[in-house]
Design a protein around this ligand. Structure first.
Ligand SMILES: [Zn+2]
Length: 228
């Protein structure tokens, strides 16, 4: 923690040396994109995108899960998405999953999460369709459609690590399918749907390899994730 404190203390000077002007930020923010990703420390959106303060609005959750839109169950995630789409007017929303994701891995493997009940509940209660989709993929039952594709089958929860992906992470395909499920959920948010309907918002499904730094993007034309 010592290093973090030292760097925080000297941040104003370092920002100034880097030509990063902080003072204008007092007038407000106008980020171009909302970046939704996992809380995993290996994924650093501003570093990956070279975004400066004020340029990238971030939403981070365990497993980059986007809950279903439900006003009867208020959530910080829904509030953040709504604010970004309706008030900030971001023109792009990125949902970025990543290799070696602990949350998706726990779901695919059916890990015992009794020691982390809040996490277990978060995954179980907000990931129903995503879980099915991820398991479909990990067990080789997924279709190859675009974001609109669903996962209706009910494969066994413990049939893990059989999937294959574009890298050496056996979870890659499951994580990518999981990202597409979150994109589907995002589309159902009224604020997002309105912006999509008027053509002022673009959604991006990304997959980040933590061990190479490579970013793959979903190509709706063929349903594949390929390097940017
Ligand atoms: Zn993760």
């Amino acid at each position: 923690m010592r290093s973090f404190i030292d760097h925080a203390r000297t941040f104003p000077a370092r920002a100034d040396a880097d030509g990063c002007r902080l003072a204008p930020l007092a007038a407000g923010q106008s980020p171009q994109a909302l970046f939704v990703t996992c809380s995993d420390s290996r994924v650093v959106p501003s570093l990956i995108c070279a975004a400066r303060p004020g340029e990238l609005f971030e939403l981070r959750t365990a497993g980059n899960i986007i809950p279903d839109y439900d006003l009867d169950r208020p959530s910080g995630e829904a509030a953040t998405i709504e604010f970004a789409a309706r008030v900030l007017g971001v023109t792009d929303i990125v949902v970025c999953g990543h290799s070696h994701c602990g949350a998706v891995g726990a779901l695919v493997r059916g890990d015992d999460l009794t020691a982390v009940p809040a996490l277990a509940r978060w995954l179980d209660t907000t990931l129903d369709s995503a879980l099915d989709s991820a398991l479909d993929t990990a067990t080789g039952d997924a279709d190859t459609g675009g974001p609109e594709s669903g996962g209706a089958a009910a494969p066994p929860r413990h049939d893990a690590d059989r999937g294959t992906g574009p890298d050496d992470d056996p979870l890659a395909a499951a994580v990518q399918r999981h990202v597409l499920t979150q994109i589907d959920r995002l589309r159902a948010y009224p604020a997002v749907r309105a912006r999509l309907d008027d053509g002022t918002l673009t959604l991006h499904a990304w997959y980040y390899q933590v061990h190479t730094g490579t970013v793959l993007a979903h190509r709706p034309a063929d349903g594949a994730f390929t390097p940017l």
